[in-house]
Design a protein around this ligand. Structure first.
Ligand SMILES: C[S@@+](CC[C@H](N)C(=O)[O-])C[C@H]1O[C@@H](n2cnc3c(N)ncnc32)[C@H](O)[C@@H]1O
Length: 417
């Protein structure tokens, strides 16, 4: 909840002064960045980040680090398909007690990073620190930021206490013109890193999904599976149980080189340092690199015609409707399409009653048999709910990825039918 805001004690810094600080502290330096991802995605994200030309890319548990000026963060947010969020490392110092946190954080030029009066959530985490826990980090940080800003005659941030995602999602643009800003305070041993969220809503929210009651894959997970399977848009892609069409839409975007962030807003666009011309330039470059149509067929099938309508509207909203062929078909009775074999991706239902009964292992055995009989010669990527279900597929030369989907651990099998 908001802390008692005090009346500004001095005249606000004039615009030129603020511009100078932004230039000095945000535009000029090379910053450390952290692109966070779901567990297991790191090896795919690191390849993506390098292919994007980001510098000094290194994988660490939970994501990849890279270095670059503000523009590198813009590019990461616009182009990375498998990252959840991109953090800007603001400062990094040794902290043995709350006084250290206050003293160092008070020196940070927050006015150059944060919009005045922004709703701010401080998220603290500690590991390997015997001195103080995450709960003790928030107070000195808030005090340091507020006092630093007050000394410049700027208002306190509006403190937000709940880390719930819906604080962001349900913010009403009428009443909350500036989206929630997150400050992550991570204490590892005695080293405290302060990072600002440059993304806002999680990056799997591309800005065009239509909500429905099914069990859609996150776009980031679908992109991870496609990229891990080596999909680059030049061979045929089929999803015979497409649901809302996440694989098809992500595949079309990969095939046409459309950036995943093309239709959404980002927090960095609300920062005092925002460079509209840089952003427009990056979007223009992406537009020039994009293909008018996917170079190879993309086929989405589902047994449920209602779900197919949803997938079709989803694809239209994403601007890739004409790239995807939609067909109502039962996987177990319809032959593979009469196309050169490419990649078949499957996210079968599980936990639901199937012809094979409630037993997911028996159901996945049936899926595997159908793949080897009807889809012979195709590369395969199947999302299985357990290692046992993955093994039951019985596919040739399997490689396993261990990822999470809706809070559950899943095994993705990459193999040959
Ligand atoms: C878990 S959902 C797929 C979700 C999808 N990956 C998405 O992101 O929205 C499984 C889908 O398989 C479809 N399905 C189930 N049995 C099928 C069958 N025999 N043939 C084709 N589709 C089937 C269901 O209608 C459902 O839409």
């Amino acid at each position: 909840m908001p802390e008692a805001a005090t009346a500004p004690s001095a005249a606000p810094p004039d615009v030129v002064n603020l511009e100078r600080r932004v230039k000095r502290h945000v535009h000029a330096p090379v910053h450390g960045w952290f692109a966070a991802c779901a567990p297991g995605v790191e090896p795919v994200l690191v390849v993506e980040a390098r292919a994007l030309g980001l510098e000094d890319v290194a994988a660490i548990p939970g994501g990849v680090t890279f270095w670059g000026k503000l523009e590198a963060g813009y590019r990461a947010n616009l182009h990375l398909r498998t990252a959840n969020r991109v953090w800007l490392r603001v400062m990094d110092f040794s902290a043995r007690a709350p006084e250290d946190v206050y003293r160092e954080a008070h020196e940070c030029p927050w006015e150059a990073f944060l919009p005045a009066g922004v709703p701010l959530l401080v998220q603290a985490s500690t590991s390997r620190s015997r001195l103080f826990g995450g709960g003790f980090l928030g107070r000195p940080l808030r005090d340091a930021i507020a006092r630093h800003l007050r000394a410049l005659g700027l208002p306190d941030p509006t403190w937000v206490d709940s880390p719930a995602e819906d604080v962001v999602d349900e913010s009403d643009p009428e009443t909350s013109p500036v989206p929630l800003q997150r400050l992550l305070a991570r204490l590892d041993g005695n080293r405290l890193t302060l990072s600002l969220d440059s993304s806002g809503e999680l990056l799997h929210r591309r800005g065009f999904r239509l909500e429905h009651g099914g069990a859609p894959l996150r776009e980031t997970l679908a992109a991870t599976i496609l990229l891990a399977a080596g999909y680059d848009g030049t061979r045929v892609l089929a999803d015979p149980m497409c649901g809302s069409g996440t694989f098809g839409v992500e595949a079309a975007a990969i095939a046409r080189h459309l950036p995943p962030g093309r239709s959404r807003d980002f927090l960095f666009r609300h920062w005092p340092s925002d460079r509209a011309a840089t952003w427009e330039h990056l979007r223009r470059l992406a537009g020039v690199a994009a293909l008018d149509a996917a170079p190879a067929p993309i086929l989405c099938r589902d047994v449920d015609a209602t779900v197919l309508d949803l997938a079709r509207s989803h694809a239209m909203r994403a601007g890739v409707g004409p790239d995807i062929r939609f067909e109502a078909a039962d996987f177990f009775t319809t032959p593979a399409p009469d196309l050169p074999p490419g990649l078949v991706v499957l996210n079968p239902p599980y936990g639901l009653r199937q012809d094979a009964g409630d037993d997911p292992v028996a159901f996945f055995r049936r899926v595997g048999r159908r793949l080897t009989s009807a889809w012979w010669g195709w590369s395969v990527a199947v999302v299985a709910p357990s290692p046992a279900a993955a093994d039951a597929l019985g596919l040739r030369a399997p490689r396993h990825l261990h990822l999470s989907h809706g809070g559950l651990r899943v095994t993705v099998v990459l193999a040959q039918a």
